[in-house]
Design a protein around this ligand. Structure first.
Ligand SMILES: C[S@@+](CC[C@H](N)C(=O)[O-])C[C@H]1O[C@@H](n2cnc3c(N)ncnc32)[C@H](O)[C@@H]1O
Length: 196
């Protein structure tokens, strides 16, 4: 091989191998990235309040419980211990890590999924129970989606914050917190359409 051709083949060989075999660091799975800033900071619901939320919503085996903004996953983990399936959604990767650890530690991995997503763009139509601990403004922003997307009979339970002029069927005081409870009725999808 002529010297120039030898140099060219070495360049190609090392160049190609650099492309096809990434350095070890590049092969390590990237940590989950934040989607965007959370709409509300993380404040966990006390376990006594979690228990009361799931009790008023009558959570039992066969239910599918969504917690929109699930934090460390305590609501869906507790729901799973009652035999339900739980889906926890959170936008913050740190909360996703904690929730997954909680799921593993609690041995409910077969019934709980934790998703790093924006609650405002997640498909929640499968839920028949939805848990919330957000803010009054976020509840109002979410309200049309709840009305349009959820099946009649789906139960909604919210820690501390109501839904404006959608009056709750029950309001409870538990351990310093207020719990609001609603069920989706067939007229609400029409109301959502008329309020657009
Ligand atoms: C007040 S904490 C409630 C945590 C949990 N549900 C509980 O009751 O213990 C609100 C959670 O919502 C999450 N969050 C805020 N904005 C969000 C969004 N757009 N999509 C998904 N999660 C969000 C925050 O990261 C935080 O973990």
């Amino acid at each position: 091989m002529r010297p120039n051709a030898r140099v060219l083949s070495l360049v190609l060989l090392f160049g190609l191998s650099a492309v096809s075999v990434p350095p070890a660091a590049a092969q390590v799975a990237a940590p989950p990235q934040a989607l965007r800033q959370p709409d509300v900071i993380y404040v966990p619901t006390r376990q006594s309040v979690v228990d009361a939320m799931l009790k008023v919503a009558n959570v039992k085996a066969g239910d599918v419980v969504y917690d929109l903004g699930c934090g460390d996953g305590r609501i869906v983990v507790t729901a799973a211990k009652l035999g339900a399936r739980g889906i926890g959604i959170d936008i913050d990767p740190q909360r996703i890590k904690e929730a997954n650890e909680n799921v593993t530690k609690s041995g409910v991995g077969d019934r709980v999924r934790i998703l790093n997503q924006d609650l405002f763009t997640t498909d929640i139509s499968e839920a028949n129970v939805v848990a919330l601990y957000l803010l009054p403004s976020l509840n109002l922003k979410l309200r049309p989606t709840l009305w349009k997307t959820l099946k009649p009979g789906t139960r909604i339970v919210s820690h501390d914050f109501d839904m404006g002029d959608w009056k709750p069927e029950q309001t409870l005081s538990v351990d310093g917190a207020t719990i609001y409870y609603w069920t989706i009725t067939p007229d609400l999808a029409k109301r959502a359409a008329s309020e657009k």
